[in-house]
Write a protein that binds this ligand. Structure first.
Ligand SMILES: Nc1ncnc2c1ncn2[C@@H]1O[C@H](COP(=O)(O)OP(=O)(O)OP(=O)(O)O)[C@@H](O)[C@H]1O
Ligand SMILES: [Mg+2]
Length: 369
Protein backbone atom coordinates (compact mmCIF):
# COMPACT_ATOMS: atom_id res chain seq x y z
CA UNK A 1 0.00 0.00 0.00
CA UNK A 2 2.81 2.44 0.71
CA UNK A 3 6.33 2.96 -0.59
CA UNK A 4 7.66 2.17 2.81
CA UNK A 5 6.91 -1.51 2.91
CA UNK A 6 10.31 -2.66 1.66
CA UNK A 7 12.26 -0.55 4.10
CA UNK A 8 13.14 -1.07 7.71
CA UNK A 9 13.10 1.30 10.66
CA UNK A 10 16.58 2.67 10.20
CA UNK A 11 15.80 3.60 6.58
CA UNK A 12 12.81 5.58 7.73
CA UNK A 13 14.91 7.27 10.38
CA UNK A 14 17.52 8.20 7.78
CA UNK A 15 14.80 9.55 5.54
CA UNK A 16 13.43 11.64 8.38
CA UNK A 17 16.82 12.93 9.30
CA UNK A 18 17.45 14.01 5.73
CA UNK A 19 14.69 16.53 6.18
CA UNK A 20 16.33 19.93 6.40
CA UNK A 21 14.40 21.20 9.38
CA UNK A 22 15.14 18.15 11.45
CA UNK A 23 18.88 18.17 10.73
CA UNK A 24 19.07 21.95 11.30
CA UNK A 25 21.49 21.69 14.19
CA UNK A 26 23.28 19.09 16.23
CA UNK A 27 21.13 19.67 19.30
CA UNK A 28 17.93 19.01 17.44
CA UNK A 29 19.37 15.95 15.73
CA UNK A 30 20.45 14.53 19.03
CA UNK A 31 16.97 15.05 20.43
CA UNK A 32 15.33 13.46 17.41
CA UNK A 33 17.54 10.40 17.73
CA UNK A 34 16.85 10.37 21.42
CA UNK A 35 13.09 10.39 21.01
CA UNK A 36 12.95 8.10 18.04
CA UNK A 37 14.45 5.02 19.60
CA UNK A 38 13.90 1.79 17.71
CA UNK A 39 10.75 1.01 19.60
CA UNK A 40 9.20 4.41 18.99
CA UNK A 41 10.15 4.15 15.31
CA UNK A 42 8.19 0.92 15.14
CA UNK A 43 5.08 2.80 16.21
CA UNK A 44 5.74 5.67 13.81
CA UNK A 45 6.06 3.07 11.05
CA UNK A 46 2.80 1.45 12.07
CA UNK A 47 1.10 4.80 11.55
CA UNK A 48 2.75 5.08 8.15
CA UNK A 49 1.85 1.54 7.06
CA UNK A 50 -1.73 1.93 8.19
CA UNK A 51 -2.00 5.06 6.05
CA UNK A 52 -2.59 7.55 8.86
CA UNK A 53 0.47 9.69 8.14
CA UNK A 54 2.91 9.96 5.27
CA UNK A 55 6.15 10.54 7.17
CA UNK A 56 7.44 12.87 9.85
CA UNK A 57 8.33 16.29 8.54
CA UNK A 58 9.95 19.11 10.46
CA UNK A 59 9.99 19.30 14.20
CA UNK A 60 7.52 21.83 15.66
CA UNK A 61 8.71 21.61 19.23
CA UNK A 62 11.27 19.81 21.31
CA UNK A 63 10.54 19.70 24.98
CA UNK A 64 11.35 17.91 28.18
CA UNK A 65 8.56 15.43 27.88
CA UNK A 66 7.66 15.27 24.22
CA UNK A 67 8.62 16.31 20.73
CA UNK A 68 6.00 17.42 18.25
CA UNK A 69 6.40 16.94 14.48
CA UNK A 70 4.45 18.03 11.45
CA UNK A 71 3.07 15.32 9.16
CA UNK A 72 0.74 15.04 6.21
CA UNK A 73 -2.13 12.61 6.08
CA UNK A 74 -1.20 9.24 4.60
CA UNK A 75 -3.61 9.30 1.66
CA UNK A 76 -1.25 8.96 -1.31
CA UNK A 77 -4.09 9.57 -3.76
CA UNK A 78 -4.02 13.25 -2.84
CA UNK A 79 -0.66 14.50 -4.12
CA UNK A 80 -1.27 18.22 -3.61
CA UNK A 81 0.15 19.18 -0.19
CA UNK A 82 -2.08 22.23 -0.05
CA UNK A 83 -5.13 19.97 -0.13
CA UNK A 84 -3.85 17.34 2.27
CA UNK A 85 -4.85 17.18 5.90
CA UNK A 86 -2.05 18.17 8.22
CA UNK A 87 -1.28 16.58 11.50
CA UNK A 88 0.81 17.24 14.56
CA UNK A 89 2.51 14.08 15.81
CA UNK A 90 3.35 14.21 19.49
CA UNK A 91 5.95 11.69 20.58
CA UNK A 92 6.33 11.19 24.32
CA UNK A 93 9.83 10.56 25.52
CA UNK A 94 10.61 7.46 27.44
CA UNK A 95 13.23 8.99 29.70
CA UNK A 96 12.92 7.85 33.30
CA UNK A 97 13.67 11.11 35.10
CA UNK A 98 10.23 12.59 34.80
CA UNK A 99 8.07 9.68 35.85
CA UNK A 100 7.88 10.41 39.51
CA UNK A 101 5.96 13.55 38.79
CA UNK A 102 3.61 11.85 36.37
CA UNK A 103 2.48 9.34 38.93
CA UNK A 104 1.11 12.22 40.95
CA UNK A 105 -1.44 12.86 38.24
CA UNK A 106 -2.27 9.27 37.41
CA UNK A 107 -2.57 8.05 41.00
CA UNK A 108 -6.02 8.84 42.26
CA UNK A 109 -7.53 8.86 38.80
CA UNK A 110 -10.56 6.61 38.78
CA UNK A 111 -10.10 6.00 35.05
CA UNK A 112 -6.65 4.50 35.58
CA UNK A 113 -7.23 2.69 38.84
CA UNK A 114 -6.82 -0.81 37.41
CA UNK A 115 -3.50 -0.10 35.88
CA UNK A 116 -0.85 -2.09 37.57
CA UNK A 117 1.89 -1.11 35.16
CA UNK A 118 2.58 2.29 36.60
CA UNK A 119 6.12 1.50 37.62
CA UNK A 120 7.28 0.35 34.23
CA UNK A 121 8.44 3.49 32.40
CA UNK A 122 7.46 2.22 28.95
CA UNK A 123 4.01 1.27 30.08
CA UNK A 124 3.61 4.47 32.01
CA UNK A 125 4.46 6.56 28.97
CA UNK A 126 1.84 4.62 27.01
CA UNK A 127 -0.76 5.37 29.69
CA UNK A 128 0.30 9.00 29.59
CA UNK A 129 -0.17 9.24 25.81
CA UNK A 130 -3.48 7.44 26.02
CA UNK A 131 -4.57 9.84 28.71
CA UNK A 132 -3.93 12.79 26.43
CA UNK A 133 -5.76 11.05 23.59
CA UNK A 134 -8.79 10.34 25.77
CA UNK A 135 -8.85 13.84 27.21
CA UNK A 136 -8.62 15.41 23.74
CA UNK A 137 -11.43 13.16 22.57
CA UNK A 138 -13.59 14.18 25.48
CA UNK A 139 -12.98 17.91 25.00
CA UNK A 140 -13.44 17.61 21.26
CA UNK A 141 -16.74 15.76 21.63
CA UNK A 142 -18.32 19.04 22.78
CA UNK A 143 -18.31 22.08 20.52
CA UNK A 144 -17.54 24.60 23.26
CA UNK A 145 -13.78 24.47 23.85
CA UNK A 146 -11.53 24.32 20.80
CA UNK A 147 -8.70 21.78 20.83
CA UNK A 148 -6.88 19.76 18.15
CA UNK A 149 -8.94 16.83 16.92
CA UNK A 150 -7.31 13.57 18.04
CA UNK A 151 -6.74 11.27 15.07
CA UNK A 152 -4.80 8.15 16.02
CA UNK A 153 -2.50 6.73 18.66
CA UNK A 154 0.09 3.98 18.67
CA UNK A 155 1.71 3.54 22.04
CA UNK A 156 3.66 6.76 22.79
CA UNK A 157 2.96 8.34 19.38
CA UNK A 158 -0.16 10.49 19.17
CA UNK A 159 -1.52 11.98 15.96
CA UNK A 160 -3.80 15.00 16.11
CA UNK A 161 -5.00 17.81 13.89
CA UNK A 162 -2.29 20.38 13.14
CA UNK A 163 -3.21 23.93 14.11
CA UNK A 164 -1.54 26.21 11.62
CA UNK A 165 -1.11 26.87 7.95
CA UNK A 166 0.83 25.27 5.16
CA UNK A 167 2.37 27.86 2.89
CA UNK A 168 2.74 27.70 -0.87
CA UNK A 169 6.54 27.78 -0.41
CA UNK A 170 6.27 24.44 1.43
CA UNK A 171 6.87 25.87 4.87
CA UNK A 172 4.55 25.40 7.81
CA UNK A 173 3.28 28.18 9.99
CA UNK A 174 2.11 26.74 13.30
CA UNK A 175 -0.41 28.60 15.41
CA UNK A 176 1.10 30.98 17.95
CA UNK A 177 1.15 30.25 21.62
CA UNK A 178 -0.97 32.68 23.65
CA UNK A 179 2.32 33.93 25.05
CA UNK A 180 3.47 35.13 21.61
CA UNK A 181 0.16 36.28 20.20
CA UNK A 182 -0.02 40.05 19.84
CA UNK A 183 -2.76 40.64 17.34
CA UNK A 184 -4.95 42.59 19.74
CA UNK A 185 -6.37 45.78 18.29
CA UNK A 186 -7.72 47.27 21.49
CA UNK A 187 -7.54 46.60 25.20
CA UNK A 188 -11.06 45.25 24.91
CA UNK A 189 -9.67 42.43 22.73
CA UNK A 190 -7.24 41.56 25.53
CA UNK A 191 -10.09 41.48 28.04
CA UNK A 192 -12.11 39.23 25.75
CA UNK A 193 -9.19 36.79 25.58
CA UNK A 194 -8.87 36.88 29.38
CA UNK A 195 -12.60 36.23 29.82
CA UNK A 196 -12.51 33.45 27.26
CA UNK A 197 -9.77 31.51 28.99
CA UNK A 198 -11.68 31.82 32.27
CA UNK A 199 -14.84 30.63 30.51
CA UNK A 200 -12.85 27.68 29.11
CA UNK A 201 -11.75 26.70 32.62
CA UNK A 202 -15.37 26.54 33.75
CA UNK A 203 -16.58 24.69 30.66
CA UNK A 204 -13.73 22.22 31.01
CA UNK A 205 -14.69 21.63 34.63
CA UNK A 206 -18.46 21.63 34.33
CA UNK A 207 -19.07 20.15 30.90
CA UNK A 208 -16.00 18.06 30.10
CA UNK A 209 -15.43 17.20 33.77
CA UNK A 210 -11.72 17.92 33.63
CA UNK A 211 -9.17 20.19 35.24
CA UNK A 212 -6.36 21.02 32.83
CA UNK A 213 -3.66 20.95 35.53
CA UNK A 214 -0.98 22.61 33.38
CA UNK A 215 -2.83 25.56 31.92
CA UNK A 216 -0.62 28.41 30.81
CA UNK A 217 0.27 30.75 27.97
CA UNK A 218 2.39 27.88 26.60
CA UNK A 219 -0.44 25.38 26.46
CA UNK A 220 -2.97 27.60 24.75
CA UNK A 221 -2.66 28.40 21.05
CA UNK A 222 -4.35 31.11 19.01
CA UNK A 223 -5.39 29.93 15.59
CA UNK A 224 -7.69 31.80 13.19
CA UNK A 225 -8.28 34.35 15.97
CA UNK A 226 -9.69 31.77 18.34
CA UNK A 227 -8.33 30.10 21.44
CA UNK A 228 -7.31 26.41 21.51
CA UNK A 229 -6.39 24.32 24.51
CA UNK A 230 -3.56 21.82 24.09
CA UNK A 231 -1.34 19.55 26.17
CA UNK A 232 -3.97 17.78 28.24
CA UNK A 233 -2.02 14.64 29.12
CA UNK A 234 -1.93 15.55 32.81
CA UNK A 235 -5.55 16.73 33.03
CA UNK A 236 -7.59 15.05 35.76
CA UNK A 237 -11.24 14.57 36.59
CA UNK A 238 -12.77 16.63 39.41
CA UNK A 239 -12.83 13.46 41.54
CA UNK A 240 -9.04 13.34 41.62
CA UNK A 241 -7.98 14.15 45.19
CA UNK A 242 -5.80 17.02 43.99
CA UNK A 243 -8.06 18.40 41.28
CA UNK A 244 -8.91 21.56 43.21
CA UNK A 245 -5.27 22.28 43.90
CA UNK A 246 -4.55 21.92 40.20
CA UNK A 247 -7.49 24.16 39.41
CA UNK A 248 -6.19 26.82 41.76
CA UNK A 249 -2.77 26.58 40.12
CA UNK A 250 -4.26 26.93 36.61
CA UNK A 251 -6.09 30.07 37.66
CA UNK A 252 -2.95 31.50 39.23
CA UNK A 253 -0.98 30.86 36.02
CA UNK A 254 -3.56 32.59 33.89
CA UNK A 255 -3.62 35.65 36.15
CA UNK A 256 0.15 35.76 36.34
CA UNK A 257 0.51 35.71 32.57
CA UNK A 258 -2.05 38.46 31.98
CA UNK A 259 -0.61 40.61 34.76
CA UNK A 260 2.92 40.32 33.37
CA UNK A 261 2.04 40.88 29.74
CA UNK A 262 -0.59 43.61 30.15
CA UNK A 263 0.36 45.78 33.07
CA UNK A 264 -2.77 47.94 32.98
CA UNK A 265 -5.25 45.11 32.89
CA UNK A 266 -7.61 44.91 35.86
CA UNK A 267 -7.54 41.29 36.95
CA UNK A 268 -10.15 39.27 38.75
CA UNK A 269 -9.44 37.91 42.20
CA UNK A 270 -8.20 34.35 41.97
CA UNK A 271 -10.59 33.37 44.72
CA UNK A 272 -13.50 34.76 42.73
CA UNK A 273 -12.44 33.01 39.54
CA UNK A 274 -12.20 29.75 41.46
CA UNK A 275 -15.68 30.24 42.85
CA UNK A 276 -17.02 31.11 39.42
CA UNK A 277 -15.56 27.91 37.96
CA UNK A 278 -17.11 25.57 40.51
CA UNK A 279 -20.28 27.36 41.54
CA UNK A 280 -23.59 25.59 41.10
CA UNK A 281 -25.50 28.85 40.86
CA UNK A 282 -25.23 28.81 37.10
CA UNK A 283 -25.90 25.13 36.50
CA UNK A 284 -29.56 25.38 35.59
CA UNK A 285 -29.20 28.23 33.14
CA UNK A 286 -26.13 26.60 31.69
CA UNK A 287 -27.86 23.24 31.30
CA UNK A 288 -30.12 24.72 28.64
CA UNK A 289 -27.22 26.32 26.81
CA UNK A 290 -25.26 23.07 26.82
CA UNK A 291 -28.29 21.21 25.51
CA UNK A 292 -28.58 23.66 22.62
CA UNK A 293 -25.02 22.71 21.62
CA UNK A 294 -24.46 26.20 20.28
CA UNK A 295 -20.92 27.38 21.05
CA UNK A 296 -21.53 31.03 20.19
CA UNK A 297 -24.61 31.28 22.35
CA UNK A 298 -22.99 29.60 25.37
CA UNK A 299 -19.79 31.62 25.11
CA UNK A 300 -21.72 34.84 24.69
CA UNK A 301 -23.54 34.10 27.92
CA UNK A 302 -20.35 33.38 29.86
CA UNK A 303 -18.38 36.27 28.36
CA UNK A 304 -21.13 38.64 29.49
CA UNK A 305 -21.55 37.00 32.87
CA UNK A 306 -17.88 37.01 33.83
CA UNK A 307 -17.11 40.76 33.87
CA UNK A 308 -20.41 41.49 35.64
CA UNK A 309 -20.06 38.91 38.38
CA UNK A 310 -16.48 37.91 39.03
CA UNK A 311 -14.87 40.22 41.57
CA UNK A 312 -12.03 42.46 40.41
CA UNK A 313 -8.76 42.89 42.23
CA UNK A 314 -9.01 46.55 43.17
CA UNK A 315 -7.97 47.06 46.77
CA UNK A 316 -5.21 45.99 49.14
CA UNK A 317 -7.86 43.93 50.88
CA UNK A 318 -8.51 41.98 47.67
CA UNK A 319 -4.84 41.20 47.40
CA UNK A 320 -4.80 40.02 51.02
CA UNK A 321 -7.88 37.84 50.50
CA UNK A 322 -6.20 36.15 47.56
CA UNK A 323 -3.19 35.41 49.72
CA UNK A 324 -5.40 33.67 52.26
CA UNK A 325 -7.20 31.78 49.54
CA UNK A 326 -3.91 30.50 48.12
CA UNK A 327 -3.19 28.83 51.45
CA UNK A 328 -6.64 27.37 51.96
CA UNK A 329 -6.81 23.68 52.41
CA UNK A 330 -9.05 22.55 49.61
CA UNK A 331 -10.91 19.41 50.50
CA UNK A 332 -14.43 18.65 49.47
CA UNK A 333 -15.61 17.26 52.76
CA UNK A 334 -14.43 16.01 56.11
CA UNK A 335 -13.83 12.52 54.71
CA UNK A 336 -11.08 13.97 52.59
CA UNK A 337 -9.23 15.29 55.62
CA UNK A 338 -6.15 13.48 56.72
CA UNK A 339 -5.93 12.70 60.42
CA UNK A 340 -3.02 15.01 61.03
CA UNK A 341 -5.08 17.87 59.65
CA UNK A 342 -8.04 17.30 61.90
CA UNK A 343 -6.60 19.33 64.75
CA UNK A 344 -5.70 22.17 62.47
CA UNK A 345 -9.21 22.10 61.10
CA UNK A 346 -10.84 22.17 64.52
CA UNK A 347 -8.53 25.04 65.49
CA UNK A 348 -10.00 26.96 62.57
CA UNK A 349 -6.68 27.06 60.74
CA UNK A 350 -8.25 26.46 57.39
CA UNK A 351 -11.46 26.64 55.47
CA UNK A 352 -13.23 23.90 53.62
CA UNK A 353 -14.29 24.09 50.04
CA UNK A 354 -17.90 23.95 51.15
CA UNK A 355 -17.42 27.14 53.11
CA UNK A 356 -15.83 28.79 50.14
CA UNK A 357 -18.80 27.79 48.04
CA UNK A 358 -21.30 28.80 50.69
CA UNK A 359 -19.82 32.26 50.81
CA UNK A 360 -20.10 32.46 47.04
CA UNK A 361 -23.69 31.30 46.96
CA UNK A 362 -24.60 33.79 49.68
CA UNK A 363 -22.97 36.57 47.72
CA UNK A 364 -24.96 35.76 44.62
CA UNK A 365 -28.20 34.61 46.25
CA UNK A 366 -31.12 36.38 44.68
CA UNK A 367 -28.88 38.15 42.23
CA UNK A 368 -30.27 38.26 38.75
CA UNK A 369 -28.09 36.40 36.29
N1 LIG B 1 -1.89 20.31 17.32
C1 LIG B 1 -0.88 21.18 17.24
N2 LIG B 1 -0.79 22.05 16.21
C2 LIG B 1 0.23 22.94 16.14
N3 LIG B 1 1.21 23.03 17.04
C3 LIG B 1 1.18 22.18 18.09
C4 LIG B 1 0.14 21.23 18.25
N4 LIG B 1 0.37 20.53 19.38
C5 LIG B 1 1.50 21.03 19.90
N5 LIG B 1 2.00 22.02 19.14
C6 LIG B 1 3.22 22.78 19.40
O1 LIG B 1 4.12 22.00 20.15
C7 LIG B 1 4.35 22.61 21.43
C8 LIG B 1 4.45 21.53 22.50
O2 LIG B 1 3.27 20.79 22.57
P1 LIG B 1 2.69 20.29 23.97
O3 LIG B 1 2.50 21.46 24.86
O4 LIG B 1 1.51 19.44 23.71
O5 LIG B 1 3.89 19.38 24.45
P2 LIG B 1 4.57 19.37 25.89
O6 LIG B 1 4.00 18.24 26.62
O7 LIG B 1 4.45 20.73 26.51
O8 LIG B 1 6.03 19.10 25.68
P3 LIG B 1 7.12 19.61 26.73
O9 LIG B 1 6.45 19.76 28.08
O10 LIG B 1 8.09 18.55 26.71
O11 LIG B 1 7.57 20.92 26.15
C9 LIG B 1 3.19 23.56 21.63
O12 LIG B 1 3.52 24.64 22.46
C10 LIG B 1 2.88 24.02 20.23
O13 LIG B 1 3.72 25.07 19.86
MG1 LIG C 1 3.14 22.14 26.68
Amino acid sequence: MSNYEERDDSDILKENLKNKKITKDKGTRATVENVLDQRTLKFVNKLIYSGTIQQLNGCLSTGKEANVYHAFEGDLLQPDPLLKKQYAVKIYKTSILIFKDRERYINGEFRFRNNKSQHNPRKLIKIWAEKEFRNLKRIHSYPFILCPKPVDIKNNVLVMEFLGDYNTDSTTKPALKLKDYNDYETMEDVYQMYYKIIAYIRILYKVCRLVHADLSEYNTLVFEDDLYMIDVSQSVEPEHPMSLDFLRMDIKNVNLFFSKKFRNLVLFNERDIFQFVITETLDEMEGLLIKNNDRDEYLKFLLEYIPKNVGQKLTVNDVEEDKIYRNLYLVRDLNGLEEKDFDRFTDGKFDLLKQLLASHNKKYAGKKI
